[in-house]
Design a protein around this ligand. Structure first.
Ligand code: NVA
Length: 307
């Protein structure tokens, strides 16, 4: 059966470890494997803005010997001009894999149901699983391990990154603390879904409203924009409500002295994170951005081998 990567827990904990090991191997030898050397065409569709995702997928697909085919989501009018199912059937006849950044998780699930080829989530409102693989690769490079580390996600923990951290961090056996005010925390269903995974890996998932308590003793401190794509109308309220969760030097001082700081970017200095921290010695954001390519190459390779 065709495998897809639509949410972080589409990979079991063992499969996640396998993909991360493959990512590390591909990073060490970027041009050594050419699994898509057909070349396999990979359709990339973006319904939301992108920089890192488009660049890292295009470069990574080329390095794998494949061909990146960029589809303009607005021009294609997916779900408007023609149904998601019809687009899926058509693209599945042209491309060997489909990478899609869109809004609803239900839409990407529909794409996967009808495409006949692997579909990869390049960000939806609900999840950002490729980013999480890049983040886990980055943490393992800096810390040498994943299981047992305390990871804190600050701010809008109800966004795609918060959800993905709950699931992927639990899969990696980490202790994930999600810290945001009321209304900015993952749903109970999401927390339960993550805790069910953590029960099998020795990890944990908790919610902590107090950012200082959350960050205490952390190995990794992460934040994300307070205004995710599609939430622009709520910007003023979000900036006000999330202000106490800014990742600044005073807050970071409560983490372990060797804690690393991560941000999936784009970052808004002076809002969710200060310039001092984002551009400071504990920040690993450029490694994190680079690792998108290596992690995604591993996902595409892994899915291609199981198509
Ligand atoms: N939560 C952010 C992630 C950006 C990569 C958003 O959805 O805009």
């Amino acid at each position: 059966m065709t495998r897809h990567f639509l949410a972080d827990d589409d990979l079991t904990p063992a499969e996640q470890a396998e993909v991360l090991a493959l990512a590390a191997a591909l990073k060490a030898d970027p041009f050594g494997a050419k699994p898509l050397d057909g070349p396999v065409t990979v359709a990339m569709i973006f319904d939301k803005p992108t920089l890192r995702t488009q660049a890292s997928f295009a470069a990574g697909i080329a390095e794998l010997g494949g061909h990146p085919m960029l589809i303009d989501g607005a021009l294609a009018g997916i779900g408007k001009r023609e149904s998601v199912a019809d687009v899926a059937r058509v693209l599945g006849r042209q491309a060997g894999q489909i990478v899609w950044r869109t809004y609803g998780q239900d839409a990407i699930e529909e794409m996967a149901a009808y495409s006949g080829v692997p579909v990869v989530n390049a960000l939806t409102d609900e999840f950002h699983p490729c980013q999480l693989l890049a983040d886990l690769l980055t943490i393992s490079e800096h810390k040498g391990e994943l299981a047992g580390l305390k990871v804190v996600f600050l701010g809008d923990a109800a966004c795609n990154m918060g959800n993905s951290w709950a699931l992927a961090g639990a899969s990696a056996g980490m202790h994930v603390v999600l810290s945001g005010p009321d209304g900015y925390q993952p749903s109970d269903a999401m927390v339960e879904r993550a805790r069910a995974i953590a029960a099998g890996t020795g990890g944990s998932v908790s919610i902590e409203g107090d950012p200082s308590a959350a960050v205490a003793g952390a190995d990794v401190v992460i934040t994300d924009t307070w205004v995710s794509m599609g939430k622009e109308d709520e910007a003023a309220a979000r900036l006000a409500e999330l202000a106490p969760y800014q990742l600044n030097a005073a807050l970071l001082a409560g983490a372990k002295p060797d804690a690393i700081v991560m941000h999936c970017l784009p970052a808004y200095r002076g809002k969710e994170i200060t310039a001092e921290v984002l551009d400071g010695p504990q920040s690993v954001i450029w490694d994190e951005a680079e690792n998108r390519r290596h992690a995604q190459k591993a996902v595409l390779t892994w899915l291609h081998e199981r198509r």
